[in-house]
Design a protein around this ligand. Structure first.
Ligand SMILES: [Zn+2]
Length: 148
């Protein structure tokens, strides 16, 4: 969940199927996670303008083996590139959606952590709280999109 800024040093990686729109937003994603990116962007457009939901970034969403206790990570590069890494232990687990949305809010919307109350951007998620958020998902998603 830690936000990490990495300067320069971009490893080469294959980028098939880039989706690009007029303002420069594009993304590639692991096939298992691309539906989350699409639903996140659709959710965004329900609350904010098309332009706000399409920042000029090149987003890559991948599955990786992250260090202990890190479930997901957003890396912002000096270039347009931003990467989201989801720990492979999260795949198909109850917290998959919460972790990928958390990282999408970091990487696409520049949202910081919001600890101290139940929130998708709370860096310390607890199992039953995540399930409670799922039961009220539109509320918790909208709360983050609409926060300054
Ligand atoms: Zn985080």
């Amino acid at each position: 969940m830690k936000r990490l800024f990495v300067l320069a040093m971009v490893a080469g990686c294959a980028t098939p199927n880039i989706k690009r729109d007029a303002v420069g937003f594009s993304f590639t994603s692991d096939d298992r996670l691309s539906h989350y990116v699409k639903s996140f962007l659709a959710d965004c457009r329900a609350y904010l303008s098309e332009k706000t939901c399409s920042p000029p970034i090149e987003l890559r969403v991948i599955v990786n083996a992250l260090p202990d206790n890190i479930l997901g990570q957003c890396t912002v590069y000096e270039s347009k590139l931003r990467t989201i890494e989801l720990d492979d232990t999260v795949l198909n687990q109850y917290n998959e959606r919460a972790v990928i949305y958390h990282e999408l809010f970091h990487c696409v919307m520049n949202k910081p952590h919001h600890d101290g109350e139940l929130d998708i951007m709370n860096a310390y998620e607890v199992d039953e709280n995540t399930l409670y958020m799922y039961a009220h998902w539109p509320y918790y998603v909208g709360k983050v999109f609409l926060r300054e």
